[in-house]
Design a protein around this ligand. Sequence first.
Ligand code: AHR
Length: 481
Amino acid sequence: MITAVAGSAAPVIDRRIYGQFAEHLGRGIYEGLWVGESSEIPHRNGLRVDAIQALRDIKVPVVRWPGGCFADEYHWLQGIGADRGAMVNTHWGGVVDPNEFGTHEYFELLNQLDAEAYINGNVGSGTVAEMQDWIEYMTLDSHTPMAELRKSHGRDQPWKVQFFGVGNESWGCGGNMMPLHYANLYRQYQTYVRDYGDNRITKVACGANSDDYEWTDVVMARASGHMDALSLHYYTLPTGNWDVKGAALDFDDAAWYETIRRTLFMDTLLARHGEVMDRYDPAKRVGLYVDEWGTWYDVEQGTNPGFLYQQNTMRDAVVAALNFHVFHRHAARVRMTNIAQMVNVLQAMLLTDGPRLIKTPTYFAFALYTDHHDATLVPTKGVLPPHTDVTVSRKDGAVTVSAVNYALDRPARIEIDLPGAIGTLRRSEILTGASTSHNTFEVPTALGLAAFEDVAVTGSRLVLDLPPCSIVTVRADVAGV
Ligand code: AHR
């Protein structure tokens, strides 16, 4: 039995915790989102209608672009206008990127999704002037050369750029830098990431790889006064071994529990990076953005190893849900995360095969948690059954409870005392299946959300009977919240 304690000081769960990441990688953008104006796949302004509709339904708040490792090789001027310069995508399969999808197409994507911009700038191989010009091109309403160039390409009004990352994985693919070197470069580059007109940019410094707390320490010590957020990257590999990561579909129960154990390490990471940040920023002004996270498996057989294409099962949905719970717990510091990646790459929401599109179990985990967007966390105390986890939030007079039972062999009863009398049930849904259940292009709806009936209410007490391997969301009006 656990008790949900409303009214105590608790942070808001920023909707951007449910953010996405779309890199020029494999079929993530080309085919997955962008099919071009002449495609026979139904599209609006080159963006496939089925993908946009599905993503709108899960209320994507923000999309990080253009990378990833790709960002530190990207030269934005090649991606505007009629004459696009093709480039080799050296990190991801060595294929040629035609630069058909560039700045204007990205903002069209955001427009269709009703999402915010999070652009990652090039520090690894780009210049300060190039970054400065890009900001001007996107956000300056004036008669300067960059603003005029934008207008000449058909966009009169500047766009809004809410978030800008200064380098990606600068400790690795973004330049192999030492933290002090990066901190100095960050200070220099960010100087020219300017606010024009009423545009206000949240500046994001490149943060650590997993448990590299020294990186966080040095970058915070030297540059925290110049940043609004610091990133963190952590991927869940079932084996923890980059050479043999494990398969997306063919795994046993031991791999299931090991994947979950490694997922829950996110909690330790956020606590420890948070402690380091607290030393320099006790007021938590600087956000911690986990702008890459998710499962990373061996690629599907017969696919380009550089395209990072993997299937997605109930295991991925549970990994996503447990990560959401961890992010909620750390919501005072963690104000954005971006799952890697939105379509066809790593732990994707959607998979496509030419004109065909399927929603993954991870997609349905995101669908189950939309009521937590911008809701206030309701802390809980008490003891939960083994292999379960619960998160609670309140918004607009209702309380949302999401629960995970990641035991594969037994059901779990979750009893929870909410902070007031429970009224009308607004939502009660479940995602459940066998550990390896997934959707395919042949059977696209093998797995999806269903009505959840095993819920009982007595006064302020909610009792949920979860089957093994399940995720549930119940939303109810609660008096006094
Ligand atoms: O998401 C795939 C890659 O993982 C990104 O390009 C990079 O930043 C990270 O190593």
